[in-house]
Design a protein around this ligand. Structure first.
Ligand SMILES: NC(=O)c1ccc[n+]([C@@H]2O[C@H](COP(=O)([O-])OP(=O)(O)OC[C@H]3O[C@@H](n4cnc5c(N)ncnc54)[C@H](O)[C@@H]3O)[C@@H](O)[C@H]2O)c1
Ligand SMILES: [Zn+2]
Length: 365
């Protein structure tokens, strides 16, 4: 299956198919990306797929070089970018070189940032290997690294030449990572597609256990096509693109309050989505029935509980540090109904507090 992200002269394709890795050489050739290939990956992905990808590229007559960084969020740093610049220079990379990001969102964001900045920008390709990166971070061109004072504060919008998604690699992804990625999957149903929501609501266990390849492929495609559509309409997040932050207002606060040490990103977003649904109800945007159905889906996934030491005030305070906040106030993504999201700046503070309380009381309520 092939989708297109329509961004005029920066448009690109997303290829999704079983065993897609085998087609990597061919698609690189089709895109005239054949000289000086640098694969950037992390240690885990290198151990699982490094040799395989190098062999595929060599069989296509290409000469790849591979660099790896330690797995984990701490690699998304300027220091690691600097390490990669050095590797590229030592290996005689030029402006004609192409960087292939092979890994999850950490590798995609880091390698994309390096590609955006090395010699003022070289071509790059996203080969996402986690569920989260296949449905979210590899599409849309947000690349960047963290700063010690905050996540994702240094970055750029820089679109890849193409995205290659091989659902087969999810087989080695730990269950917990699959579940966290599933949070972003259900997000698309909530904000854009009631029918998709229904499919997910009926199939969560099968999807998490990767039992049906065709179903997985169609779910990945649906997510990517929603993301491509939203990004095509608002690449730089001046408006619509912010709906992709459904569940992230409270979710980001929880991640920060727990020093990124308890929740995987998607797990924090699950808590945040519960809050956003409850707030949609309190703000009379959503009916009680729809809110109950919504929570029913979210609660099919099981994030770790929120530490009892975190208070409503803590969450409110952490939210004021959110990058998405402007002088106009906190940005909320609320639901009018399943499949229909709205961006809201002015929300009753009493309701906000009640929604946060509701989140913090999980799993009691
Ligand atoms: N750019 C964007 O638009 C965007 C959107 C959402 C998230 N992000 C970023 O993405 C990052 C999180 O990405 P992630 O959840 O993919 O985490 P990740 O890249 O850290 O990967 C999670 C873990 O899975 C391992 N792994 C990757 N693929 C595997 C596979 N196929 N089999 C077994 N193990 C595998 C990795 O080595 C790592 O240990 C965060 O830094 C977040 O800020 C970016
Ligand atoms: Zn997210």
């Amino acid at each position: 299956m092939k989708l297109v992200v329509d961004l005029q002269d920066k448009s690109y394709s997303i290829h999704i198919k079983p065993n897609a890795l085998q087609s990597l050489g061919e698609i690189l050739c089709e895109n005239n990306l054949t000289t000086e290939l640098f694969v950037i990956t992390d240690e885990n992905v290198k151990a699982l797929y490094g040799e395989k990808v190098l062999t595929i590229l060599r069989k296509a007559g290409l000469k790849p070089t591979m660099f790896s960084v330690p797995a984990g969020e701490s690699s998304k740093s300027l220091q690691m970018a600097d390490f990669l610049y050095s590797k590229l220079i030592e290996n005689r990379a030029t402006r004609k070189s192409t960087i292939l990001a092979l890994g999850g969102g950490v590798v995609g964001d880091l390698a994309g940032f390096v590609a955006a900045t090395f010699m003022r920008g070289v071509k790059f390709v996203q080969i996402p290997t986690t569920l989260l990166s296949q449905v979210d971070s590899s599409v849309g061109g947000k690349v960047g690294v963290n700063h010690r004072l905050g996540k994702n504060l240094i970055g750029a919008f820089y679109q890849p030449a193409f995205v290659l998604i091989d659902p087969d690699v999810l087989q080695t992804l730990p269950y917990r990572e699959r579940q966290a990625g599933m949070a972003e999957v259900i997000k698309y149903g909530f904000i854009r597609d009631a029918e998709f929501f229904e499919v997910l609501n009926n199939n969560i266990p099968a999807l998490l256990n990767l039992v049906d390849g065709e179903m997985i492929e169609s779910v990945l495609a649906r997510c990517c096509s929603i993301k491509a559509d939203v990004v095509g309409k608002d690449e730089r997040e001046t408006g619509l693109r912010a709906i992709l932050n459904f569940g992230h207002t409270i979710g980001h606060a929880l991640e920060a309050l727990t020093s990124y040490g308890i929740f995987l990103h998607g797990e924090a977003i699950l808590h945040g989505m519960r809050g956003a649904v409850h707030l949609s109800l309190l703000e009379n945007k959503m009916t009680r029935d729809e809110a109950a159905i919504s929570l029913g889906l979210i609660d099919k996934l099981n994030p770790p509980p929120i530490p009892k030491s975190i208070s409503v005030e803590d969450v409110l305070y952490a939210m004021t540090n959110d990058k998405k906040r402007t002088t106009e106030g906190q940005l909320w993504v609320l639901l009018r109904e399943i499949g229909d999201a709205e961006l809201v700046r002015h929300v009753n503070e009493v309701n906000v507090r009640e929604a946060i309380r509701y989140v913090l009381d999980y799993p009691v309520n």
